[in-house]
Design a protein around this ligand. Structure first.
Ligand SMILES: Cc1ncc(COP(=O)(O)O)c(C=O)c1O
Length: 357
């Protein structure tokens, strides 16, 4: 029987030395017993580690733990979250394909869709999730992928994953969900029909602001194509970073419980403050998709979005007066942080695009 915390702690490849805690496998390649074994492994007739660009025991531990947590069949660990976003799209689509995406996306993901992929003939259209009854009209004959982020960064928009799973199935689309803000502890998109789940492991999975990492998880047949792409293009995670992230999975559940408990208290504290235009937190009743959040998330997550009256200058004054909170964009850290997305992570978006993010 699978249990979140037990799996996150106990999944591990043990070497012949019978170590209790996993060592770090800092090695670029692995050796073979014979030339014949080398041939058979390269031909995929037998399984094993060949070269750390393809696989490494540390990345395999990490992938297995997060797959077990997400309920996905297989996966790939990458050097950063953006390598995972890029790899999931680039490996599964080709020139002429079209992506339908939710409008509220992380800034760099938005840049991928609007500036990088169009260079290779992969286009995209954004849909408004408050109007998903009309998304049928946005599907084109060449639409191959539905790309979503829920809760979104930074607006904390929630997308109905049950609806998304059914919509993707009805239109024969690959459903990709960036599950970074929720983590597999709070939400498992594959349960609702996502074919691919992506992560910036840099965030809550690390949880202590140390390393970058990403994950692409999903159905075996699709991950096989992703593996081909990553094996030959090389966005592999370093064994050290994979080791850190695999160790961090051991404490993800307790950290998330505390993040969510603290965030809810802070959100409740700020609600109704006359200096604010809005306080957004998925588990506040005032959140426009509160019922949806309750349906698909175990708790509300660790991020609160505040909209201060008075624009950028007022927001900057507020940020600069905080005593202990770090001014940095890396969320999911044990140290509380604050950021002003419009002038930092989302500053490359046009004012119109930012209004929807
Ligand atoms: C929702 C989301 N997706 C992707 C990324 C990119 O991850 P990374 O910084 O690890 O490349 C981030 C980073 O903040 C994010 O918040």
């Amino acid at each position: 029987m699978s249990h979140f915390e037990t799996d996150a702690i106990r999944i591990q490849r043990r070497s012949d030395l019978k170590e209790h805690s996993s060592p770090i496998f800092i090695t670029s390649s692995f050796t073979f017993e014979s030339a014949e074994e080398a041939r058979a492994m390269f031909a995929d007739e037998i399984q094993g580690n060949i070269y750390s660009r393809y696989s490494n025991p540390n990345s395999s531990d990490l992938i297995e733990k997060v797959c077990r947590a997400e309920g996905t069949e297989d996966g790939i660990a990458t050097a950063s979250g953006m390598a995972a976003m890029f790899g999931s799209i680039a490996s599964l689509l080709q020139q002429g394909d079209h992506i339908l995406a939710s409008r509220s996306l992380f800034g760099s993901t938005h840049q991928l869709l609007t500036r990088v992929f169009p260079k290779w003939g992969i286009t995209s259209t954004y849909g408004d999730i408050s109007d998903c009854q009309n998304w049928d009209k946005l599907v084109q004959p060449n639409t191959k992928m539905l790309f979503l982020e829920t809760p979104s960064n930074p607006g904390l928009e929630i997308i109905d994953l049950e609806w998304a799973g059914k919509f993707a199935a009805a239109h024969n689309l690959i459903l990709v969900v960036d599950n970074c803000f929720a983590t597999p502890y709070l939400q498992q998109p594959a349960k609702w029909g996502a074919h691919i789940v992506t992560h910036s492991a840099t965030k809550y999975i690390d949880g202590q602001g140390r390393v970058l990492g990403g994950l692409i998880l999903g159905k075996k047949d699709l991950i096989k194509e992703v593996q081909f792409f990553t094996r030959h293009t090389g966005p592999s995670i370093s064994p050290f970073n994979a080791w850190i992230l695999s160790k961090s999975m051991e404490t993800l559940a307790v950290r998330m419980d505390r993040h969510c408990e603290n965030a809810l208290k802070i959100a409740q504290y700020f609600e109704g403050n006359p200096e604010l235009d809005a306080v957004r937190y998925p588990f506040l009743k005032s959140h426009p998709q509160h019922d949806l959040a309750l349906k698909q998330m175990k708790a509300g997550g660790g991020i609160i979005t505040l909209t201060l009256k008075g624009g950028l200058a007022r927001a900057q004054r507020f940020i600069d007066q905080l005593q202990m909170i770090s001014i940095t964009p890396n969320l999911g850290d044990s140290r509380s942080i604050i950021t002003h997305p419009a002038s930092t992570t989302h500053s490359k978006l046009s004012p119109e695009e930012r209004a929807h993010s």
